[in-house]
Design a protein around this ligand. Sequence first.
Ligand SMILES: *Cc1c(COP(=O)(O)O)cnc(C)c1O
Length: 246
Amino acid sequence: MKQVYLDNNATTRVDPLVLEAMTPHFLQDYGNASSIHEFGQQAREAVETARQAVADLIGCLPKEIVFTSGGTESDNTAIRGIAAGHSGKGRHLITTTIEHPAVLRTMEQLEEEGFQVTYLPVDRQGLIRLEDLHASVREDTILISIMHANNETGAIQDLRAVGRLAREKGILIHSDAVQSAGKIPVDVNDLGVDLLSLSAHKIHGPKGAGALYIRHGVEMNSLLLGGSHERGRRGGSLSSVREIGS
Ligand SMILES: *Cc1c(COP(=O)(O)O)cnc(C)c1O
């Protein structure tokens, strides 16, 4: 019997073109992208080519992309990084009840650490109401984190409207775009978001690879401390096989 796989929102098969692009980096061009010798520099070139491709996908500058180990790390880093870096301004965050656990568990842990979180409900269409968002904004709100497309219902939030409100109030906005990027147009300037999470394995890339967009000028603490990789925003030797999709 022919088997049919219908769970692409959980994960996808790696595209043969992605595998083909990755293979040389395991066997030949395996240098450390931070090393100054030729092996390292070749790896660095591959990383920067991938960074440009990711930047093109979401309409940002390459220097605004930090490579991560996936959507979970991107979500954790965005939320904890902003919470830690901006707690002097306030300790209130806004999110929704339908976020991926990578966002919800992070928010819950922040609550245990003394932050306050408002969880916006959704209507029968799976969408938040902008009036609810308006009403939940406070003087001490530092971050709004609202996913773009939901992994279970497919509902797509009106991030543009959220972005407008956030800009008016001077609040940073993060969006988990793991289920939308590569499927529908995602342009960070059009949507007006400051931080955006991506994952490769939901769009035919490898598991364990992702990216976080951080708008130029946004100050935040890094989650992983180590070397000065990724402009000091994430410690750890770079993988040169982080092609996001193909
Ligand atoms: C899969 C998924 C994640 C987690 O991504 P990983 O790369 O598996 O860590 C986060 N958010 C959404 C919406 C997802 O579907």
